[in-house]
Design a binder for this molecule. Sequence first.
Ligand code: HEM
Length: 153
Amino acid sequence: MEDKGEDGHTVKYYRLSEIEERNSFKSTWIIINHKVYDVTTFLEEHPGGEEVLREQAGGDATESFEDVGHSSDAREMAANMVIGELHPDDRLKIDKPSMVDKLVDHRFGCSCRHGDVPNVHVGEVTAPSVRHLCKSNVNQFNWLQNDSYRACV
Ligand code: HEM
């Protein structure tokens, strides 16, 4: 699926299931902060070693990437390997419940227009403070809500 990203440029979205298949020497993709990176040809060059990247292959490497405290050079290098983004509908599948809680706490007051736009309830989220995951079928944003507040995701 291709769509307009936040900056108006075309973004290629990948479903989580497609990314998970890219976990071999032939093709290695990882996810960092919802962006998808093709690191296949970088495996042998990675200063931190091939193995750490292979362990994350096909999945979310955000936490490990950030834990290392990569330099700005490393981040620039990574930017050249971006091939697209995780499909918005799959983001909650990899976000940890604690991240969901944080979103709810920090983004309280954002401009989700629950009630103004058609929306469907698409599932329950396991984080204790979150009751519903709603999805707008117009504006392509998701939000989480419980009895007292609501947050864009
Ligand atoms: C596209 C993704 C990545 C790029 C471009 C990248 C690049 C680099 C670079 C340039 C360094 C040298 C140190 C620095 O400049 O910060 C480095 C070190 C390292 N990286 Fe990555 N890295 C990536 C992903 C990852 C991931 C996902 C992990 C963990 C699973 C990881 C673990 C490490 C480790 C352990 C080191 C060694 C740190 C040290 O020796 O102090 N890297 N990486």
